[in-house]
Write a protein that binds this ligand. Structure first.
Ligand SMILES: Nc1nc2c(ncn2[C@@H]2O[C@H](COP(=O)(O)OP(=O)(O)OP(=O)(O)O)[C@@H](O)[C@H]2O)c(=O)[nH]1
Length: 390
C-alpha cells in the first residue's frame, strides 16, 4: 500500500562549499501566496519506474547535490516522496518519487489526483538490466496517465548508461524506442509521444536530460531562446545558456545545437564561481550573505582561444556564454547587450505580486517561475547594440 510522505527533509548544508543550504537566499520574498507556500498546487514532475531503476538517485543528485557514489547507500523508497523544489530553484515545481513496486490496481492509488496536476512523467528504465518488465510497466503507466491527463509530457530516461559501451548504448536506445512505441501503436494510442534520453548520474547527461524536461514545461521558452539568439548575433557569442544556478539545469539556450562538452564546461564554471565566492567572498559578519548575488560575474580564458563568461541575471539565474577570445575585445558591447537581455528577462517574468487578469495566470501543468517572486507576461524586447565591425 502506498502512502504520502510530505516534504522530504532536504540534504542540509554540510560545510562543503559546493553544496547549498536550503536557505541559501533562494527563497521568496513575502511568500504569502498559499498555493505556492503549501506546494499543493504546484506543477508536478513524477518520477516512476521499476524498483532500483535509479529514481531516488536522480532526484538526490540533481536537486540535492548528493554525490553519485553516495547513492549506493540509498534505501529503497516505500512511500511516495514529495519534494518541493520551490525554495531552492528558479523553476518552482514538485518532484514525486514513486516506490518501484507501486500498483495501479491498488484502490489506494488515486490516479486522478496523481496524474491530474502532473506536468511531466519521467519513466526511468535501468539499461543495465533486462528491460522487458520495465517496458510493460511503462506501457501500463503511460496508458493510465494519458487517460487521466492527455497533456502530460512523457519522458523516458534510459538510465545507468555509464556501464554500457557506445554501440550497446545506441542499440538499447533504438530497441527500447521501437518496442515502447510499437506497444502504444498496438493499443491504438499512437497519439502519445514519448521522448527518450540516455542518462547517468555519473556524468552531466542527467542534468542535460532534466533541463530538457523542465524546458518543455516553460511556456516562455521560445521568447527566452529568441533573446539569447539576439544576444549571440549582436555580441559574437557562440553559445549561451541561461542556468538555474542551484540545480545547474539550463532553462534556455540559443537555437544552435547543444554539445555535451560545452554544457559540462559551463556547469563546471558555475561550481568554480560558487565555491570561490563561498570561500573568499563572504565575510564572517555577513551571516545572511549568499555566494551568488548581483556582483557575481566571472571570466575564464581557456588555452584554446575560447572564453567563458558568466553574469548574474537574478538571484536564481546566471547567463554563461562561450565565445572566441578575439571577439571578447569588445567586452563593453557584450556587457551592454547583456544589460538589455537582463532587462528583457526581468520583463518576461513580471512580478508575481502585481495584480493580473486571470488569463495571464500560468497554465496548469506549467511551472510557476519567479524573478524573486513573479509570474510571466511577455513584453516587447529592447533593441541590442550590434557588435559587427564596420
Ligand atoms: N551505474 C549506475 N548506477 C546508478 C545510477 N543511478 C542510480 N544507480 C544505482 O542504482 C541503485 C538504485 O538506486 P535508487 O535511486 O535507490 O533506485 P530507486 O528507483 O529509487 O529504487 P526504489 O526506491 O526501490 O524504487 C543505487 O545503488 C544507485 O547507486 C547510474 O546512473 N549509474
Amino acid at each position: 500500500m502506498s502512502s504520502y510522505q510530505d516534504d522530504e527533509e532536504g540534504v542540509g548544508f554540510d560545510g562543503n562549499p559546493s553544496s547549498f543550504p536550503k536557505e541559501f537566499g533562494y527563497g521568496f520574498d513575502g511568500d504569502n501566496d498559499v498555493s505556492l507556500s503549501t506546494g499543493e498546487h504546484k506543477p508536478r514532475i513524477l518520477l516512476m519506474g521499476l524498483r532500483r531503476s535509479g529514481k531516488s538517485s536522480i532526484q538526490k543528485v540533481v536537486f540535492h547535490k548528493m554525490s553519485p557514489n553516495e547513492t549506493l547507500f540509498l534505501e529503497s523508497t516505500n512511500k511516495i516522496v514529495k519534494d518541493d523544489i520551490n525554495n531552492s530553484s528558479f523553476v518552482q515545481f514538485q518532484i514525486w518519487d514513486f516506490p518501484g513496486q507501486i500498483d495501479f490496481i491498488d484502490s489506494t492509488f488515486d490516479s486522478d489526483t496523481i496524474f491530474g496536476g502532473c506536468g511531466a512523467l519521467v519513466f526511468v528504465i535501468d539499461a543495465q538490466d533486462d528491460y522487458g518488465e520495465a517496458l510493460n510497466k511503462l506501457n501500463l503507466t503511460v496508458t493510465k496517465a494519458y487517460k487521466v491527463n492527455p497533456n502530460i509530457k512523457f519522458e523516458v530516461f534510459i538510465h545507468k548508461v555509464d556501464g554500457l559501451g557506445d554501440d550497446f548504448k545506441m542499440e538499447s536506445q533504438r530497441d527500447i524506442h521501437q518496442r515502447a512505441t510499437d506497444d502504444l501503436n498496438d493499443a491504438g494510442l499512437d497519439k502519445i509521444h514519448l521522448s527518450f534520453h540516455l542518462t547517468s548520474i555519473y556524468d552531466h547527461s542527467i542534468f542535460e536530460a532534466f533541463s530538457k524536461v523542465v524546458q518543455k514545461l516553460i511556456p516562455q521558452l521560445p521568447i527566452l531562446e529568441n533573446l539569447l539568439n539576439i544576444l549571440n548575433t549582436n555580441s559574437a557569442i557562440e553559445k549561451s545558456f541561461l542556468f538555474d544556478v542551484v540545480s545547474k539545469i539550463y532553462i534556455a539556450t540559443d537555437s544552435t545545437p547543444v554539445d555535451m562538452q560545452s554544457y559540462e564546461l559551463c556547469c563546471d564554471m558555475i561550481d568554480v564561481v560558487i565555491d570561490v565566492s563561498w570561500i573568499y567572498g563572504i565575510k564572517e559578519e555577513q551571516q545572511e550573505a549568499t555566494a551568488f548575488d548581483e556582483q557575481s560575474s566571472s571570466l575564464i580564458k581557456l588555452n584554446n582561444g575560447t572564453v567563458l563568461y558568466l553574469r548574474e541575471v537574478n538571484r536564481f539565474l546566471a547567463l554563461v556564454c562561450i565565445l572566441r577570445e578575439d571577439n571578447f575585445d569588445r567586452k563593453g558591447i557584450i556587457d551592454s547587450n547583456f544589460l538589455s537581455l537582463r532587462g528583457a528577462i526581468q520583463q518576461v517574468f513580471e512580478l508575481r505580486n502585481k495584480p493580473q487578469p486571470s488569463s495571464m495566470l500560468t497554465a496548469p501543468g506549467s511551472p510557476i517561475m519567479t524573478n524573486g517572486g513573479g509570474t510571466i507576461t511577455p513584453q516587447p524586447l529592447p533593441s541590442p547594440i550590434s557588435n559587427e565591425t564596420s
